[in-house]
Every structure is written in C-alpha cells, then in structure tokens.
Design a protein around this ligand. Structure first.
Ligand code: SF4
Length: 479
C-alpha cells in the first residue's frame, strides 16, 4: 500500500557498486555503460516527486568518491540499485560485493537509511543487512521500492512489510519471498544524472566510436537452465515502440552516440514490434546503428529484414554450444539447425551474426567442444564471445552442480575463466581452450598468405596446441 503524501526524506542518492576500476576485464576493454537499471529506478523516484542524485561507481576512481559525496550532500536515503541490464552485475562478483558492503557501512555511519536491490543481495540478503542495510528487496523490485519509500515518508520509525522485502528484527532476518512477477514501472531513464562527457571520452579515445545502452523489454519467457533471467518470473514486459524511438531520437540529439547497444535479453519478441519500431525511428530520423541480443530460433527472414531496415548492424545470439546434447542439457529449446538458418537470414540482409559461446557446461566432452568449433567453422559468425559456464544461485544449473562446487565458488571479477565447480576436464584447460578458440577463429578469418602476422599467430597457436596436448585428452586439441 503506497502513501506519497508526507515525505520524511526527500533526497535519495541512487548508487550501484560496479566499479570499472575493480574489474580486470573492463580495465582492458574499456567499454563502460551507464548503469541503466539504476537510472531507471532514479527516474521512477523523481516521477514521484523525490529529489534524486546518483553515485555512478562505473567511472568512480574508488570508494572514497562515495564517502566524499555523503559528506558534501544532504542525503536522507541511499538506494543501491544494481544494474541488472549489465550481465556482469548479475554475476555477483566478489570485488563488487566487498565495495558495496563498505559503502553501506559508510552511509549507515553517516546516519542514512540504506536499501539494497541487486542480484547478489537477492541471493545473500543477510550479508547486506548485517552490514547495516535497513532493507534488501529481492527480485523485480521497483514497485516495492517506490512503496517502501512512500511508507517511510509517513512512518520513519516503522518497518515496511511486503513480498520480497527483507530486514532484520532482533538480529534475525525477516521477510516474505517475492510474489510472482507483477509488471514494473518502465520510465525513460534519468540520463541527465550521467556524466556523459566522461563516458564519451573513454569510448572515443579507446574505440573511435561511442556506444550507449538502451532497453526496450524486461524479462524472458524461456527457461534456459543456467540463466538468471527466469528467476524474476516468466513475465515479458515491452515498451511502446514510439516511446523507444523518441528516446533514441533524444539521445542522438543530445549525446551523439555513434552506436546503440540494446541490453534486452531478447529484443523484439512481441510479433510486429520490430516493424513498428523501424517505422517510427525512420519517421523521426532517429536511426543510429545498433546491436541486439536475440535467440537464433526467432530470426526469420522477415525479422531479419525488419531489423536491417531499423538500423541493426549486429545480432548477438546465445548460441552456447554446437553440440545438440549440450543445448538440450541447457534446456535451450533450440537446435543447431536454427543457428545455421539464423546466420543465413542475417547475412542475407547484411547484418553481422555473432555468437556467445560457453565452455565447460556439465557433461561437455572433447567431442562436444569439437562440435562447437565445427559450428563456428561452418557458420562463420562475424565475432565470437566465449565464457566459462558460471552457476548463479537459484538456477537449475546451480542446483545441478551444488554437490561439486569448488571452495572458490565466486568470481572476484568478470570473465575469470575459472570454473567454480568440478568440470569434465582439469580447470586449467579452460583458459587455454578459450585462447585456442580465439586463435583458431583469428586464423579462420585472416587473409590467406604467409605475412609476418600470420606467421607469428601460427607460432602462438602451435604453442597453445602443445600445452593442450600435454593434458593427454583424446580429441583435444582439435582443428
Ligand atoms: S533465452 Fe536468453 S535470456 Fe531467456 S532464459 Fe534463455 S539465455 Fe536467458
């Protein structure tokens, strides 16, 4: 039950704990994205009349920047709202948890109420509550957060009780599990809170282009066994195509990004949405080249054509494996034939098809790894991105490997390439396989001949082959 009349705290600092400086991979690739989930939450609170500000950890040098902000501004509540549109945030990285706990302690010391919303806090609420957070809200939490803020405006000393809301009472954690997946507010993100010049400078200096993220949907109705998305329920919420096109036009005018990355789990699942969106952005002259994530089985010739007309340049598909056995074990509900067909439809209209691939899924053998490489060789995607299977708490995959989890069951930073459960082959082989796939892929796409680069690459590839061969596993390495 919401009460928005009298507000005890008018000033809310929204924050998150994904520090680019603490992530080894981000420090190298330098592809920071503003925290979409956090600025959507801030926009919701602002629509209710609260004064909002942002601590954007992504570009902050360290935690001291947060404490400085606390002492310089009059803040009555801090909401750590992790960006669930950043897949790294969903991975609950150890370094970011540590940072968040320190910041919670600092805010509490300053007498400020703290609320936490995020994947790691949903999995381990007690850790955050014991660090001093007044509440942890689990699951799709925006509407509960707005109700909670409203409640405390009238009842500063009271305790807000609702589904998905956790708190401590006499040292014991109390709360009720989230109730299904009610529709969540979906306002235009509070872009004005972002230091866009700083983002633009990093991108342009490192890459010569500037990518911004947008989002048009929430949720996914599929149930892939390793994916955290189905944990928020099967609901799929989609924004109005015209509203999305208007936001793109505004971003284009104001910040001049040269590319857009749509962060949706699955873009344009609703029939006819892409066609409507394409009409609107062409009408508004808002086209910016963009990339999306999609399932291979949803790419028909018609969808591919509509995507091309809307300005799509790249489609990243969660291909995962070239082995049907592994796809079935993941409950992907997709076949290797779907993948080949999708690549063809995309190439026919000039869109780059790109693959997300996963190594080390339980049961994966040398034969399955070879099937994945054979798929890449035959389909010739434009790019590949490899990762090592990572069991996130609450997923069927996590339950499956629960008994064989290793002591170090958490990654400290993204793409650590270290399995956290007992894999078919020794853990040391996976970083090598990662490198080997990339070396083979580079070779596949490099122009024939014997230039010095190809020569050097052949030497590196041979060295990786030797190291892989030293494990004495039949079928590894493969060609
Ligand atoms: S289709 Fe994609 S987002 Fe949906 S459950 Fe599968 S992997 Fe997750």
């Amino acid at each position: 039950m919401a009460h928005y009349g009298l507000r005890q705290f008018m000033s809310i600092l929204f924050a998150h704990s994904f520090f680019m400086h603490f992530d080894e991979k981000q420090k190298i690739i330098k592809e920071p994205h503003p925290p979409l989930g956090t600025i959507i939450a801030a926009a919701c609170a602002r629509e209710k009349g609260y004064k909002v500000s942002l601590f954007d950890a992504m570009l902050a040098p360290d935690i001291r920047a947060f404490s400085k902000l606390l002492s310089s501004e009059l803040i009555e509540t801090v909401v750590f709202f992790e960006d669930n549109f950043n897949c790294q945030s969903k991975m609950c990285l150890g370094r970011m948890r540590e940072a968040c706990l320190t910041m919670i302690e600092q805010a509490v010391k300053a007498g400020i109420m703290v609320v936490v919303v995020g994947a790691d806090a949903s999995d381990y609420p007690e850790i955050y509550l014991k660090a001093g957070a007044r509440y942890v809200i689990k699951g799709q939490a925006l509407s509960q957060l707005m109700d909670l803020i409203g409640y405390h405006g009238l009842n500063p000393e009271g305790t807000f009780v609702d589904h998905g809301v956790y708190y401590l009472e006499e040292g014991q954690m109390c709360g009720q599990p989230p109730s299904g997946s009610a529709p969540q507010p979906f306002p235009k993100p509070a872009w004005d809170l972002i230091n866009m010049n700083a983002y633009g400078d990093i991108w342009r200096k490192q890459h010569d282009y500037f990518t911004l993220s947008m989002v048009t949907t929430r949720g996914c109705p599929y149930q892939c066994s390793w994916c955290a998305s189905p944990l928020s329920g099967k609901a799929y919420q989609v924004r109005d195509p015209l509203e999305t096109a208007r936001e793109m036009r505004d971003l284009k005018k104001r910040y001049k990004p040269t590319r857009i990355r749509f962060a949706d789990d699955i873009f344009g699942l609703e029939p006819g949405w892409i066609e409507k969106f394409s009409l609107e952005i062409n009408r508004l002259e808002a086209v910016i080249p963009f990339k999306i994530q999609a399932r291979a089985d949803l790419i028909t010739p018609e969808t591919a054509k509509a995507l091309a007309a809307a300005g799509c340049r790249e489609v990243w598909m969660g291909v995962e494996s070239g082995s049907q056995k592994i796809l079935d074990a993941m409950n992907k509900k997709m076949t290797v034939t779907h993948i080949h067909q999708a690549v063809k439809h995309l190439k026919d209209v000039g869109i780059h098809a790109c693959f997300f691939l996963q190594l080390a899924y339980p049961g994966e053998t040398a034969e399955d790894l070879k099937a994945t490489w054979d798929l890449v060789k035959k389909a010739r995607p434009y790019q590949i991105s490899l990762s090592v299977a990572y069991p996130q708490l609450g997923t069927p995959f996590h339950q499956q490997v629960g008994d064989i989890m290793l002591e170090e069951s958490h990654w400290e930073y993204g793409q650590a390439l270290k399995p956290v459960f007992k894999t078919t082959y020794p853990a040391e082989i996976y970083p090598l396989l990662y490198r080997y796939f990339h070396q083979l892929f580079w070779h596949l796409n490099s122009s024939p001949g014997v230039g010095p680069r190809r020569f050097r690459a052949a030497i590196h590839r041979a060295a990786t082959r030797r190291r892989l061969a030293a494990f004495g596993i039949d079928g590894i390495p493969f060609n």
